[in-house]
Design a protein around this ligand. Structure first.
Ligand code: AMP
Ligand code: MG
Length: 417
């Protein structure tokens, strides 16, 4: 007979999240690899990115106009002699000589401001006659110039290890001449779905059978978080086979199971894990959806003393939500992402909400409206099995456990997913 699971350990959302974050802080990624900049989107930087030279490398004009000495414009209108033109990217020999009193250079956006000039007057405030330009607007020193090194000094840190590479990070890497980057190796995340009723997507299906959708939603979430999904065969609600597949799943860096963690007679996941000497950190969280979520680790041989696992509830929306709330920080830690607190956005509630207090709820909702007038409202749903409702939603409304009645027009927390 199997060893029974440990006592139920049901935490508040915040406590459960803290437990996960504490364990995530113990993890590190598996190593580095080199990728081309064009293939680095979403990858996690494994080397610090530093400035190869001052940024900008010269005092840069931010306008088309005239480079001037601001002191020459004390009396307006002022007329200056135009000594020549400076366009962006002049060859080294063609950078003009210093500007003297009473002189100006015609200059283009992105061009180096010559020595002696301390401001650029926009072309709109000037009129040119022959080689003389009349200026009608006063100007402060430094106006329309970004000083050399003002954005970053040569050698200074631009991005730290652990940064997820988005378009601006990639642009920054390109701007300092990095055409290949060291990124962390993607962690392998095993996905084990359980349930006698669950069948493969492409299988012949019986009237009471359910197609496996959880492995697919998890595969997407794992990839988006920076991991590589490893899909295992569907496990039946039978301890021996389940044991064998869990053991296989524990060979990956992280194991995500779905289903089999509720209170039913055939919910065997915790029992099988207990047989494997699992340590359980929680076996439930005071949330909806996803209350039966399980988090723990199993001792193992090798470099890592433990392998972590999540038992995510099988209801498809619960699976997706509990991945976001709990599995993501562990996966991100294995992927090398710098830890960051979970932050919610806020929007105005479109129509009132009444719920029973006691659970922190993450309910499918639609963020709509436009510009500053964004609004959010719940979608009608049939509970945590309703994938269609979740697909119509574009975010989750977050309801604190002490709220029963939230009025239309109130600001409410939202997770944009
Ligand atoms: P369980 O957590 O095993 O009690 O399952 C809860 C509900 O989720 C049941 O209705 C299951 O049929 C359903 N379910 C479990 N696993 C999956 C899956 N992989 N894909 C779709 N539905 C599932
Ligand atoms: Mg089940």
């Amino acid at each position: 007979m199997a060893v029974p699971p440990t006592q139920p350990l049901v935490l508040t959302f915040e406590d459960a999240r803290r437990v996960v974050e504490d364990h995530a802080s113990l993890l590190s990624p598996r190593g580095n690899e080199l990728v081309d900049l064009l293939h680095s989107a979403g990858r996690i930087l494994a080397e610090p990115l530093t400035a190869d030279r001052d940024i900008p490398p010269f005092p840069r004009s931010t306008r088309d106009g005239y480079a001037v000495r601001s002191a020459d414009l004390a009396q307006l209108p002022a007329t200056l002699t135009v000594m020549g033109e400076i366009k962006a990217g002049p060859p080294p020999g063609k950078i003009p000589s210093p500007l003297n009193r009473g002189e100006a250079f015609s200059i283009m956006t992105g061009a180096p401001v010559p020595q002696g000039a301390d401001a650029v007057v926009m072309i709109e405030y000037t009129s040119l006659q022959g080689d003389r330009v009349e200026i009608t607007k006063e100007i402060a020193p430094g106006e329309n110039i970004v000083a050399q090194g003002a954005e970053a000094k040569e050698g200074s840190l631009l991005l730290d290890r652990g940064t997820r590479l988005n378009e601006s990070a990639v642009a920054l890497a390109a701007s300092v001449g990095k055409w290949r980057l060291q990124v962390f190796v993607r962690p392998r995340v095993a996905v084990l779905t359980t349930g006698d009723e669950i069948v493969d997507v492409d299988a012949e299906i019986g009237p009471t059978q359910i197609r496996n959708s959880n492995s697919y939603s998890l595969a997407v979430q794992i990839q988006q978080a920076g991991g590589e999904p490893v899909l295992l065969p569907i496990a039946p609600d039978e301890p021996r086979k389940l044991h064998q597949l869990i053991a296989q799943g524990l060979q990956s860096d992280l194991l995500l199971m779905t289903g089999g963690v509720s209170m039913g007679r055939y919910d065997l996941v915790e029992q099988v894990l207990a047989e494997m000497q699992a340590e359980f950190f929680f076996t439930g969280a005071k949330i909806q959806p996803g209350r039966p979520v399980v988090f723990g680790r199993v001792p193992c041989a090798g470099a890592l003393a433990h392998k972590y696992f999540f038992g995510l509830p099988g209801n498809p929306v619960s699976t997706m939500v509990t991945f976001e709330l709990f599995a993501r920080p562990m996966l991100e830690a294995l992927a090398g992402v710098s830890a960051r607190p979970l932050a919610f956005l806020h929007a105005r509630l479109k129509s009132e909400i009444r719920v029973k207090p006691g659970l922190k709820r993450f309910l499918p909702a639609i963020l709509s409206g436009q510009y500053e007038e964004s609004q959010v409202e719940l979608v009608a749903w049939q509970g945590s099995g309703d994938i269609a409702a979740r697909s119509r939603s574009n975010c989750l409304i977050v309801i604190p456990p002490d709220r029963e009645h939230i009025l239309a027009g109130e600001w409410i927390a939202v997770m944009p997913r």
